[in-house]
Design a protein around this ligand. Structure first.
Ligand SMILES: C[S@@+](CC[C@H](N)C(=O)[O-])C[C@H]1O[C@@H](n2cnc3c(N)ncnc32)[C@H](O)[C@@H]1O
Ligand SMILES: [Zn+2]
Length: 160
């Protein structure tokens, strides 16, 4: 049977609604002002082994988070509304593992109506296939982890 939204997800959904985004497709938006440090929404999904995770990543699953040394979380399930959150190079949230769960936590105060974003933390594999349209003043141009921004910028400065 397909799992229903769990109680913490329902509670946290009080903070986020989902509708069309200028970044891409559907995005999540703050329903009210949210203080820095708040758990905005839980990123729920299917707990899978690392071997199963590798198999799913090979078929380009973009929704997998590492939970611990033995398990990952595949958020590509209908009961995970957080799967709609878009990436930004200047995100207002971050994804934080916490006791076997992943929470999307506010990095700063967020105003009602702002799009909820986090950095997807992608590596450099095929990064050119993931151009970023986050609209941030300092957008890296591609969806990659923050520590890779300089590398990507240098690559593109070289090729003009
Ligand atoms: C996890 S989904 C996010 C939900 C998506 N907006 C939707 O409607 O299905 C990830 C996909 O959204 C798109 N996306 C997310 N953030 C983006 C960004 N900053 N720039 C361009 N595309 C983005 C990419 O196509 C990415 O593969
Ligand atoms: Zn960007």
């Amino acid at each position: 049977m397909q799992s229903a939204l769990n109680s913490s997800t329902v509670a946290e959904m009080a903070l986020v609604c989902f509708h069309k985004s200028v970044i891409h497709g559907t995005g999540g938006f703050a329903k009210m002002d949210i203080a820095a440090g708040t758990r905005v929404i839980e990123y729920v999904g299917e707990k899978i082994t690392k071997a199963e995770s590798l198999r799913r990543c090979e078929s380009a699953n973009e929704y997998i988070f590492s939970l611990d040394d033995a398990h990952d979380l595949d958020g590509n399930v209908p009961w995970n509304p957080a799967r709609f959150l878009n990436h930004s190079c200047d995100p207002n949230c971050e994804a934080k593992p916490d006791g076997g769960c992943i929470w999307i936590v506010a990095r700063r105060d967020i105003r009602a109506g702002e799009e909820i974003t986090f950095n997807y933390g992608y590596d450099l594999e095929d990064y050119r296939e993931h151009p970023c349209r986050c609209g941030a003043a300092d957008c890296a141009g591609y969806i990659v982890a923050e520590e890779l921004f300089e590398h990507v910028r240098k690559q593109h400065a070289l090729v003009g």
